[in-house]
Ligand binder design. Structure first.
Ligand code: NIG
Ligand code: FE
Length: 415
């Protein structure tokens, strides 16, 4: 048995629970000064002060790791990304700076369809190579679990290629990858004007194969005006749910569209974006235990108003924060930027930001029993900071404070 003990952490800060922290509970972190964590075979066996754990678990075979005055936290969970793609969309970004809207560019044949063309032309090896570089960047920022979506292939071969790339990376990279099938990201050019037929194609020809080969845990849909209607989204999500997928939805991003209401109706694990969520939508998430995943880096990059984080939390919802890293609306994987936007622009407290990046991110991936907090029985996914308090995460605005990362009991990154 591999035994490890982290000692002398100036501070340990963690949310508590095996489910998302909702409403007020998001602000309640457990704090231990001069903390220690005892780990057996990658799983947390005990948490306490350094004195308590040394007295209880001292053993010559235990590997000791001194946290040297760091604050330690659960590994960050980026529960919404599109990190596997070919090509870039620099010109679109400049066009947006010059005043074109995201949807204008999409209607003109750019946007997602442009990345679809580049991703179809990319090789599996090429997607794995760029995917690894992107994961390395996430790891340096303390991410220990990431969600990755397909959705830049749309046809059978290329969707499978994206999902395969993530499967291979999951096997070889320290970051755990949770995969999502997002064939309903856009109506592909070959189905233009025939979105119903495209939904049928996904239900009949793609989802069963994805399921059979265990290539995705979640099914997601971009439910938005001029993309997939609420009815189309509902049909797809219900079919996917019946096949055993857990569900996610890109909802109420550009217009208030009934996406959050649908998320509650079909029992999505998370509803994401929510810039334009209605009061009925908030109620639907609350009543059905759907985690509200907010993606403020996208709002920042598109120069749009932020999702109503305060209202969601004050209504009792569970909020997660994620990057939405993708080549179009948000080519930004920055965890420090994400946390700063959460606290400064969305008025979340620093404690709520921590819960949103850890336990609630895990809940958005259906993994809150395994990771997302520092508690007995959970995986030892731990971030060590250069400072002695979690409060520096926002105070030292925009800087990466991650000094060391442990994944399942092993140090996988150190600077
Ligand atoms: O979550 N909103 C839809 N999908 C992505 C954008 C993807 C892209 O622009 O390539 C998002 O923002
Ligand atoms: Fe997205």
């Amino acid at each position: 048995m591999a035994r490890t003990m982290i000692v002398h952490a100036a501070q340990l800060a963690t949310p508590i629970g095996k489910k998302a922290a909702k409403g007020k509970a998001m602000g309640e972190l457990k704090i231990i000064e001069d903390a220690a964590v005892y780990i057996e075979d990658g799983i947390i066996g005990a948490i306490g002060t350094t004195d308590e754990l040394i007295a209880a678990f001292s053993n010559p075979k235990t590997e000791m790791i001194s946290a040297e005055g760091s604050c330690i936290l659960p590994g960050f969970i980026d529960s919404h990304t599109h990190f596997i793609f070919g090509g870039y969309r620099t010109d679109e970004f400049i066009a947006r700076l010059e005043g074109k809207s995201y949807m204008d560019i999409m209607r003109m044949g750019g946007g997602i369809q442009s990345t679809v063309n580049s991703t179809r032309n990319a090789s599996l090896a090429g997607l794995i190579k760029s995917g690894k570089e992107r994961l390395d960047s996430m790891l340096m920022q303390g991410v220990t679990t990431v969600e990755g979506k397909s959705g830049y292939g749309l046809d059978y071969d290329c969707e499978m290629k994206q999902l395969q790339a993530m499967k291979r990376l999951d096997e070889s990279h320290p970051i755990d990858i949770v995969t999502t099938y997002l064939g309903a990201h856009a109506v592909p050019a070959e189905y233009k004007g025939k979105s119903e037929k495209y939904i049928e194609y996904m239900i009949k020809d793609i989802l069963p194969e994805v399921r059979k080969n265990s290539l995705a845990k979640f099914c997601d849909v971009f439910c938005e005006e001029d993309v997939f209607s609420v009815e189309e989204s509902e049909r797809l999500l219900l079919a996917a749910g019946n096949m055993g997928f857990q569900l996610k939805i890109h909802a109420d991003e550009i217009v208030s569209f009934g996406g959050a209401e649908l998320a509650g109706r079909v029992k999505c694990t998370s509803a994401d974006h929510l810039l334009m969520i209605s009061d009925d939508g908030i109620k639907s998430l609350l009543d059905n235990d759907v985690t509200a995943t907010l993606l403020p880096c996208t709002a920042f990059c598109l120069n749009k108003p932020y999702a109503p984080a305060r209202k969601l939390i004050d209504s009792g919802c569970a909020v997660a924060l994620a990057s939405d890293f993708n080549p179009g609306s948000c080519f930004a994987d920055s965890i420090p930027l994400l946390m700063a936007l959460g606290a400064i622009n969305m008025k979340m407290t620093v404690e709520e930001v921590v819960a949103a990046m850890t336990l609630n991110g895990a809940s958005a991936l259906g993994m809150a029993e395994e990771t997302g907090s520092l508690e007995i029985g959970k995986q030892a996914d731990i971030v060590f900071l250069t400072y002695d308090s979690y409060k520096f995460l926002v105070y030292n605005t925009g800087s990466n404070l991650v000094k060391k990362v442990m994944k399942a009991g092993k140090i996988v990154y150190e600077r």
